[in-house]
Design a protein around this ligand. Structure first.
Ligand code: KPL
Length: 308
């Protein structure tokens, strides 16, 4: 199958390497010239411990119109870049193809549907953890399932097909009939793990104990209260216990927000903590911990220099 990737960051690299190894023809959308040249010269690299897997995509393009259309387009840009990158996904998608967003945060599917058309978008969440060593070179730092579904709910043959493609490429995937529940569950986990790891400058595993673990539990419980007040059915009965499991399973990972903050790039705080706080306010559910975490991340993002 011809598969496109828009957003060749850590997860984009991980998915692309696995899918190339499974025999798919990968087309990568890479706007930055230096990254494009690097990937064309060296290929993609996926590292796990001491082992390294290299893979060559079929095409690396700045303009998606230069590539043949893809049946499946993986959309993995940061949530704060969805608006900007959505046209590339729309151009790369074949007329009968789908764009699959596996991004963090809420609001991505609505933006994509406006660009791509309502029938052309699938959503999902992934518990795969990876960080970039350099452009096109990802370190696989945590494994977990990828769950996908139709934005409108019920599973469909095309979701089943994508699940098969991913699973056969060593990216275990499952179908969900409740995408909204999955997206909210991921968002409240990210609302705890991402700001805390970014602000404390630690890997996920450091949230397993002590005051950081306490803050994690408080942030996740607040997010869960907002989701429930909204009428969302959270798949896991105990989101705080789930957050502890995710932190343990991805202990070696550097969260995406930690990577963004340390590189001085915009973070997904608005699409994660921002959404939890705004929805909490609308529904009368207090979110003081998420609010402070959001303010601290915003303040840290604005910080331009170091006094010491
Ligand atoms: O989604 C993640 C992220 O880093 O954005 C987790 C699951 C927290 C893994 O690090």
């Amino acid at each position: 199958m011809r598969i496109g990737v828009v957003g060749v960051g850590a997860l984009g690299t991980l998915f692309a390497v696995k899918l190339i190894a499974a025999g798919h023809e990968m087309v990568l959308h890479v706007p930055r010239e230096t990254t494009r040249e690097l990937i064309l010269r060296r290929g993609l690299v996926l590292q796990r411990g001491r082992s390294k897997e290299a893979a060559r995509p079929a095409a690396v393009v700045a303009d998606p119109a230069q590539a043949a259309p893809a049946q499946l387009v993986l959309f993995l840009v940061k949530a704060c870049a969805t608006q900007e990158a959505a046209p590339a996904a729309a151009k790369l998608r074949a007329a009968d193809g789908v764009v699959l967003s596996l991004q963090n945060g809420l609001g991505n599917l609505e933006i994509l549907e406006r660009r791509v058309g309502a029938g052309g978008v699938l959503g999902g969440v992934t518990a795969q953890g990876a960080y970039l060593r350099e452009p096109g070179w990802a370190v696989h730092a945590g494994e977990g399932p990828t769950v996908l579904g139709e934005p409108a709910g019920k599973a469909s043959p095309r979701v089943e097909r994508v699940v098969q493609v991913l699973t056969a490429a060593d990216l275990p995937a499952q179908v969900t009939n409740d995408l909204e529940g999955q997206l909210w569950e991921k968002v409240l986990l990210n609302g705890g793990i991402n700001p805390l790891t970014a602000l404390l400058r630690v890997r996920n595993g450091m949230l397993r104990e002590g005051p950081a673990a306490e803050l994690l539990a408080l942030a996740v419980a607040e997010g869960a209260a907002v989701a429930r007040a909204r009428g969302v059915e959270l798949p896991h009965p105990d989101p705080v216990a789930l957050a502890r499991e995710v932190v343990a399973a991805t202990a070696r990972n550097r969260s995406s927000m930690l990577q963004d903050l340390t590189r001085g790039r915009p973070t997904e705080v608005e699409q994660i903590s921002g959404v939890i706080c705004r929805e909490g306010e609308r529904l009368g559910v207090p979110t003081p911990v998420n609010r402070v975490l959001a303010l601290l991340v915003r303040a840290a993002t604005r910080k331009t220099g170091n006094f010491f």
